[in-house]
Design a protein around this ligand. Structure first.
Ligand SMILES: Nc1ncnc2c1ncn2[C@@H]1O[C@H](COP(=O)(O)OP(=O)(O)OP(=O)(O)O)[C@@H](O)[C@H]1O
Ligand SMILES: [Mg+2]
Length: 305
């Protein structure tokens, strides 16, 4: 079996609202698939369907060879899942949390002590085994939750924003663990809003308004040249001027990046005219992944409206 996950036009409707709209995706075994998209675009909903905990409205799929519609119970037993609001038991210790999940996933009894020790090491929780989960800080909790999700050694792991709300150092450590798991053959699907993490994924699936609009390696997404010339410029009143700038004939697109404005011009010949208009000095830049996603999301919106 080449793919850990395959879907065909997977769809989920809530009432009259389509949260996930005909997503067709394949995830290879051993691959880290980064799942990106704006808030509310349908990432968690898709992931829940792939985990077998939310029924698709239509479409089909198979996860580890099991059919999404008919064999969701098997899928639930075989995969690891860390939900966006992951659940640890605050009044249990680190050790007891791991022991609880080992039991829930039916880890063979004689193997439990070993597995728990392995998870403690993996999550760098050594020395904290008897601490209550409630007393751990963000990054530690997140790593413990990962330990709980993989104590059954699943070959496929779904992580829904595992690194939101933790420090940059903890984020880096967490992602290193994910990479190590993938190197050892685990397939990982991970949602994130962080571009540095997206860069480290083998493949990126980008969704907006429930639709999959890009699915490619980070490098080839970046090399998909945005037609035109991207410049970066610092304008004190950037927010207020965006509409005005977007009205110019040689400006194709604008987006705010912290204190800076990224502007897609028709070509490098337009830089001079742009500088003259704004009175600032724009620098030509190579578009980042974020630029690509913003542009993809905008063009998708234009197509729909
Ligand atoms: N049970 C539900 N009932 C009704 N609407 C829902 C339900 N679950 C999700 N939605 C809606 O579906 C859309 C997609 O939600 P989802 O949680 O999948 O987005 P997301 O991409 O994970 O967002 P975020 O980045 O904020 O986590 C949202 O508009 C959400 O309000
Ligand atoms: Mg979500």
């Amino acid at each position: 079996m080449e793919y850990a996950v395959t879907t065909h036009e997977l769809t989920r409707v809530f009432g009259s609202f389509t949260a996930v709209d005909k997503i067709t995706i394949n995830i290879k075994q051993g691959e880290i698939c980064g799942f990106l998209g704006p808030n509310g675009s349908g990432k968690s909903t898709t992931m829940k369907m792939l985990c077998g905990i939310l029924e698709p409205t239509s479409g089909s799929g198979s996860v580890l060879g099991y059919d999404l519609a008919r064999e969701s119970e098997k899928i639930k037993q075989k995969i690891g899942y860390m939900s966006q609001k992951f659940s640890l038991y605050d009044d249990l210790t680190v050790y007891e949390n791991l022991a609880f999940y080992a039991g829930m996933y039916s880890v063979p009894y004689h193997d439990r002590k070993n597995r728990i020790a392995g998870m403690v090491e993996m999550a760098r929780l050594g020395g904290r085994e008897n601490e209550l989960a409630a007393n751990l800080s963000g990054g530690w909790k997140q790593r413990l939750a990962l330990g709980c999700a993989i104590i059954s050694r699943p070959s496929l792991l779904f992580l829904d924003e595992p690194t939101s709300g933790i420090s940059p150092t903890s984020r880096r450590l967490f992602f290193k663990i994910i990479q190590k798991l993938a190197n050892e053959g685990t397939t990982v699907m991970v949602t994130t809003h962080f571009m540095d993490e997206a860069e480290r994924c083998h493949n990126i699936a980008f969704i907006t308004e429930g639709r999959l609009i890009a699915n490619d390696t980070p490098d080839s997404l970046k090399s998909k040249v945005l037609e035109g010339c991207m410049v970066e410029v610092e304008l004190p009143d950037a927010m207020d001027r965006m509409k005005d700038l977007e009205g110019l004939s040689f400006v194709k697109d604008c987006s705010i990046h912290g204190p800076l404005l990224h502007v897609l011009l028709g070509s490098d010949k337009d830089v001079e005219a742009f500088d003259r208009y704004t009175g600032a000095t724009a620098q030509i830049i190579t578009p980042s992944l974020e630029d690509i996603f913003i542009s993809l999301a905008k063009s998708q919106r234009k197509q729909v409206s």
